[in-house]
Design a protein around this ligand. Structure first.
Ligand code: ATP
Ligand code: MG
Length: 234
């Protein structure tokens, strides 16, 4: 469960987040949509404990974020724009490294399985510096879930992925949802949002301007709402 109350973030006199109120239940899969510069990545970074909010409250499973950072960090899997992988390490070494930080049991076995799940077992021991963007993104996804996080924070996860990798990512999100994982996914890809998410939040100028459920993967509904609110088309 995630609760945001009157959340603001200010930097260089710019109000990036301007009073975000949000309540998310366990197991929800949420797409965060909005134009460039709206504050979506900033919102995710606050939740990922990477930046501090200026004011307001963030509660995760009832714990106040600024007081329980260490406990909360263990519950989170974060996939930012950059991969966070070590160039000279292989996929296996990268995943074992991150798995060890989180104290994952049988980490080598788990890491190998994840590399296989994302379709890269053939490259298990190659340094990732030789990988294409999509291959790196596949390993970055595996890295974000090595410790079975309760909350997945994905920033434009579909970028650079081919159709095969898109299905792998969507399957990962859906299978984690079945295990009770809550996912927040920032995206510009409305099709994928409608495919895997059950709720959409639209952010504009640092505020949530709409929050609704999607049924039957209704892409048209999402596009219509977005155009109305963000682009002023009706
Ligand atoms: N550390 C910072 N200092 C000053 N301004 C910042 C900082 N971080 C972000 N911003 C500004 O805050 C606004 C929101 O940025 P953010 O990265 O959250 O947008 P976004 O919604 O993720 O956009 P995009 O769709 O382009 O990824 C932008 O105007 C950005 O320039
Ligand atoms: Mg962003």
């Amino acid at each position: 469960m995630i609760e945001l109350k009157k959340l603001t973030k200010q930097a260089d006199n710019k109000r990036i987040l301007r009073g975000v109120e949000l309540s998310i239940k366990k197991g929800e899969t949420i797409a965060i949509l909005g134009p460039n510069g709206a504050g979506k990545s900033t919102l995710l970074k606050v939740l990922a404990t990477l930046i501090k909010p200026t004011s307001g409250h963030v509660l995760i499973n009832g714990m106040e974020l600024r007081k329980k950072q260490i406990e909360i960090k263990k519950l989170l899997g974060y996939l930012p724009h950059s991969s966070l992988l070590y160039d000279h390490y292989s996929p296996l070494e990268n995943l074992v490294f991150y798995g060890n930080i989180y104290g994952v049991k049988d980490v080598e076995q788990k890491a190998s399985k994840l590399v296989k799940d994302v379709g890269l077992s053939f490259f298990l021991n190659e340094p990732v510096k030789n990988f294409s963007r999509g291959m790196i993104q596949r390993i970055a996804i595996a890295r974000a879930i090595i410790h079975d996080p309760q909350f997945l924070l994905l920033d434009e996860p579909h970028t650079g992925l081919d159709q095969g990798a898109i299905s792998i990512l969507n399957d990962v999100v859906l299978s984690m949802k079945n295990k009770g994982t809550t996912t927040l996914m920032v995206t510009h890809d409305f099709k994928q949002a409608a495919e895997i998410c059950d709720r959409v939040i639209i952010v504009k100028n640092g505020k949530i301007v709409d929050d609704f459920r999607i049924q039957n993967h209704n892409l048209g509904f999402v596009t219509e709402k977005y155009e109305l609110l963000v682009e002023g088309v009706s």
